[in-house]
Write a protein that binds this ligand. Structure first.
Ligand code: NCD
Length: 318
């Protein structure tokens, strides 16, 4: 499979989504080898331009590139000329002059990855999270994790996405992925944290999407419960009276899960705020797939980098 950029899930076809998940599942095994390195991207250069904080996404893109034998460099906000007032486009054009094959971008502005993809001439762009818009590799790694857990059966499911949906790029990419898969999506949170575009009968033209302001009602009958962090860094006014009050109504605890979603699994993209959107007991409990999500992040990013940067016969080099 070859694609030019990965900017979001919204523009993928169902076939492309499934192919990326399948390719990623084949990458998992490389990380279990004694020598975790294959020559598939030897001689290729990947630049990770992370202009917002990140632990797992950045580390896993770097590890993925290195496991494929690409040369990877990381650039962050504080160590770059962005701090000296250089524009995003000038920074990206400067980097493009050094002939990278892929530029992985995380940026606080929605649309930043599209903006660069439309302007760079030779470099493939991966969106590693743009503002409140999309985070496609997170949705892909969540799908891979679910595919492993449900033994390849990831259609016909119901997923409840709980929390700060308004500011979450993970939620948007997840919604697009599960709409493509034909799954039922329940958005659960206070009215202020559900974006208006999702409310009303014509949201995405879909009947598969429902809104719930009550946690117990929202997770009732769900196979998957995805907890989202309160994105306070993106909130320009008060969306809930206090975090305390929010967690009393929306924190996903064992007690709530036991009553309403006894067989469900729990996802969280991290970083977790224990006791606010998810209890410590649930985060560390038997339903939690959080560690598998992180593990699968490397495999998914390997598959994405391969789809963008590999030449012919790359499969033979795995
Ligand atoms: C998410 C992000 O950055 O959007 N984290 C991640 O990439 N794993 C979610 C978050 O920050 O809450």
């Amino acid at each position: 499979m070859t694609i030019r950029h990965l900017l979001g899930i919204e523009n993928l076809t169902k076939e492309e989504l499934i192919a990326l998940i399948r390719n990623a599942s084949q990458m998992v095994e490389v990380s279990n080898r004694d020598i975790k390195k294959v020559p598939a991207l030897r001689g290729k250069t990947i630049i990770n331009l992370f202009l917002e904080p990140s632990t797992r996404t950045r580390a896993s893109f770097e590890i993925a590139a290195k496991r494929l034998s690409a040369d990877a460099i990381n650039i962050s906000d504080s160590g770059s000329s962005v701090k000296k007032g250089e524009t995003l486009l000038d920074t990206a054009r400067t980097l493009e002059s050094m002939s990278p094959d892929v530029l992985v971008v995380r940026h606080r502005e929605s649309g930043a990855a599209h903006f660069l993809a439309n302007r760079l001439k030779k470099t493939s762009v991966v969106n590693a999270g743009d503002g409140t818009h999309e985070h496609p590799t997170q949705a892909l790694l969540d799908c891979l994790t679910l595919s492993q857990y449900f033994k390849g059966e990831i259609t016909g499911k119901t997923i409840a996405i709980v929390g700060d949906i308004r500011h979450s790029r993970v939620a948007r990419s997840t919604i697009f992925a599960h709409l493509l898969l034909g799954n039922k999506i329940k958005l659960v949170g206070p009215r202020t944290l559900i974006p208006d575009e999702f409310i009303g009968e014509s949201a995405f033209g879909e009947k598969n999407l429902s809104i719930h302001y009550d946690l117990k009602e929202g997770i009732l009958g769900s196979d998957i419960v995805m907890c989202l962090r309160m994105q306070t860094e993106r909130q320009d006014s008060f969306f809930v009276p206090s975090l305390d009050e929010y967690s009393r109504k929306y924190c996903v605890t064992e007690n709530v899960l036991k009553k309403c979603a006894p067989n469900s699994v729990v996802l969280h993209p991290g970083p977790m705020n224990r006791g606010i959107e998810i209890s410590g007991e649930v985060a560390d409990g038997h339903r939690s797939l959080v560690n598998a999500q992180v593990e699968n992040g490397v495999a998914v990013r390997m598959a994405v980098l391969l789809a963008l940067a590999s030449g012919p016969h790359a499969e033979e080099k795995i």
